[in-house]
Write a protein of this length. Structure first.
Length: 457
């Protein structure tokens, strides 16, 4: 990278913040803008990165107005009307999308790129954890905060392996040059970008064509896509129960989940999951396949999987008592909701399960309303918050009421955030979930306290 200044518009995003940390650690001068302060932006500021929260060109530090010395990194989440974005465009600065910058990094290092509608954050974090706790080590750009490492970026002086969460939104993953690639799922999403389910799947097929010669492509068994990789790429299948890589002899009990990992040329027995939920068996198989293909030993894999603490907001326990459980999850796609709810049901089959769901995006709610309703109807009780708009403007007729009308269970309601707190003060819970990719996680401390107060009363 020739330029010494890197300016980020939307620096607080999970992917953008990892890149900002990367360049800061490499000795570049880094600054940026974001609309709101968050725990992530505060962490970046504590690391010496200058951040402001008003869309105001006068707040851009002077060194970053030097055109020849500055690279501007942008994210699709930033609207084109953003004043700072328009300033850099009209002044002729070099602008690159976050995905393009990641693409350049994968050309310089051996990228292990994990893609899929869902499962990619946990799988990529597991993969990084396995490699980091082996003789190989790795770098990693993660789409969530690893609870083991307390961050979303890992740097290594001795390894050229880099684990990257390959995001399909805005076709971002098509800028990458994977050494190894994983496809976890291709359930339709982001139809505001792709238009149709067929085009969405075609995007993943294009992604499979990017794997380098003599690389590796790992695809979940049964996915409706045709790999487009070159002949020298080794192609494998995986799942929790069948495929070239799979799990056998799954044992659940006493709060533990143990299985045998089966590879084409080896078996690793008695793998204990640090986060013992069924949804993680499949993620673990994919991550261990990547580790195995890179030479991580059986003993290293067993130790790393047992110590894996998970990812913040991925099946994240906040209360775990016999009489009260509180789990937070980032699920925002119908299949993610289904997997999350079924995993909770498997753990707590005899308990009343209530979930608060904050729909994410008007287009996603519109496009998958029936699927969302089917998934949410697997609960005993559902509470809906208003749709979190993120980058979108409202769409007429698309509200949480649309989902409520389609949900088939009798215990269902729409609440405001303040109304939710009041409801919990008056209704004792057994298993309580907060689900969604918006800002529902900001309510966790207050909700946790209310749940505990009611349970202890």
């Amino acid at each position: 990278m020739e330029r010494k200044n890197i300016y980020f518009i939307g620096i607080g995003g999970i992917g953008m913040s990892a890149l900002a940390r990367y360049f800061n650690a490499k000795g570049f001068r880094v600054a940026g803008y974001d609309r709101t302060a968050s725990a992530l932006t505060k962490d970046l500021q504590s690391e010496g990165i200058s951040i402001h929260y008003e869309d105001d060109c006068s707040l851009i530090p002077a060194p970053f107005k030097e055109k020849e010395a500055t690279l501007v990194v942008i994210t699709p989440a930033i609207p084109q009307t953003n004043t700072e974005l328009q300033y850099f465009k009209t002044q002729g600065f070099t602008l690159m999308k976050r995905s393009q910058v990641l693409g350049e990094i994968t050309k310089m290092q051996r990228g292990i790129c994990i893609s899929g509608t869902h499962g990619k954050t946990t799988t990529s974090t597991m993969t990084a954890h396995l490699l980091r706790n082996s003789h190989l080590d790795c770098n990693a750009f993660l789409g969530g905060i690893s609870k083991n490492f307390k961050q979303n970026l890992l740097l290594s002086d001795k390894s050229d392996l880099v684990v990257i969460e390959a995001d399909e939104y805005d076709r971002s993953f098509l800028t990458l040059s994977p050494y190894m690639a994983v496809v976890t799922a291709v359930d339709a999403d982001h139809l505001d970008i792709y238009g149709t389910e067929k085009e969405y799947r075609a995007g993943f097929e294009s992604f499979t064509s990017l794997v380098r010669e003599d690389g590796v492509l790992l695809i979940k068994k049964g996915l409706p896509i045709k790999p487009q990789s070159v002949p020298s790429v080794r192609v494998f299948s995986y799942s929790s129960s069948e495929g070239d890589f799979h799990a056998e002899n799954i044992r659940v009990g006493q709060g533990d989940l143990v299985f045998d990992f089966v590879a084409p040329d080896a078996v690793v027995r008695d793998v204990k999951l640090g986060v013992p939920v069924m949804i993680n068996v499949e993620n673990a198989v994919a991550a261990m396949a990547m580790a195995h293909l890179n030479g991580v030993t059986a003993d290293e894999m067993r130790a790393a999987m047992a110590s894996f603490a998970g990812v913040k907001r991925r099946f994240d326990f906040h209360i775990k008592r016999d009489d009260l459980v509180f789990i937070d999850d980032y699920a925002h796609h119908p299949m993610e909701l289904k997997s999350c709810i079924e995993s909770v049901r498997a753990l707590y089959a005899d308990k009343h399960i209530c979930a608060v769901f904050q729909p994410h995006l008007y287009t996603r709610t519109r496009d998958f309303a029936d699927d969302f309703a089917r998934s949410l109807s697997l609960l005993d009780e559902v509470i809906l918050l208003d749709i979190y708009p993120a980058r979108e403007l409202p769409i007429e007729g698309v509200t949480s009421q649309l989902l409520l009308d389609k949900i088939t269970i009798p215990q269902k309601r729409i609440c405001t955030k303040s109304g939710l707190v009041e409801y919990l003060r008056n209704h004792r819970q057994e298993v309580f979930l907060t689900i969604g990719a918006g800002d529902i996680d900001l309510m966790i401390p207050e909700l946790k306290q209310v749940l505990l107060d009611k349970a202890n009363a």
